[in-house]
Design a protein around this ligand. Structure first.
Ligand code: VGL
Ligand code: ZN
Length: 204
């Protein structure tokens, strides 16, 4: 990519966690297949010294979004369980910033912009918007799971907050509770000014 592409640009990896991958409790079909693209993005952003943000769904065991509490989802991404951990092959640079969301029992959060920075083992008051602002970020590349929920919500909030926002089409997968949910989500994102781009993965 051109050097200008990298200036003021950050990467956001949304919820690439075990419970959203095959074998997990809320598995996104083929969710694991985005791995090579996600890793290539992380590596390239690191090589260019650009900020890398990873969000995680991070629920208490009795979270309001769980079926046992009348919510839509099976238990997933419960704090302290393997399901809440990153996809095992993912190599995350130590410099990456971690944002957690949905960590309060009675509050759900799809968007990374509802998350808070985790640092030194605790959840801070720092929002994603303020963190990106303090790192002089103006443009965002977004990848991760799931297209029709947390990727969509994060991209919508990003563009509303004034970031020039690009979703990487080969670096996302959707839940598709209804068959066309991901297509619909991509359409809604584009209508709001989100750009779509296929990431030219580098081999070797
Ligand atoms: C998500 C459903 C419930 C997501 C999180 O990360 O897209 N989906 N919680
Ligand atoms: Zn959740």
């Amino acid at each position: 990519m051109l050097n200008s592409t990298w200036s003021q640009t950050a990467l956001i990896v949304v919820d690439f966690q075990n419970d959203f991958c095959p074998g997990g409790s809320l598995a996104v079909p083929q969710g694991d297949e985005i791995y090579p693209v996600v890793q290539d993005l992380i590596n390239d952003f690191q090589d260019h010294d650009r900020p890398i943000v990873l969000t995680r769904d991070y629920h208490p065991f009795n979270h309001v979004s769980f079926k046992k509490r009348g919510g839509p989802w099976p238990d997933h991404c419960v704090q302290g369980t393997q399901g809440a951990e990153f996809f095992p092959q993912l190599r995350v640079p130590p410099s990456a910033a971690h944002f957690l969301k949905g960590y309060l029992e009675d509050v759900d959060a799809y968007s990374g912009f509802e998350g808070r920075l985790a640092a030194n083992g605790s959840i801070t008051e720092v929002t994603l918007a303020s963190w990106l602002g303090s790192h002089d970020v103006k443009r965002l590349y977004i990848t991760g799971l799931a297209t029709d929920y947390c990727v969509k919500a994060t991209a919508m909030d990003a563009t509303s907050a004034g970031f020039d926002t690009t979703v990487i089409t080969n670096g996302i997968k959707g839940v598709n509770v209804s068959p066309h949910d991901s297509d619909q989500a991509l359409h809604e994102m584009q209508e709001r000014g989100v750009h779509l781009m296929e990431w030219p993965i580098s081999h070797g």
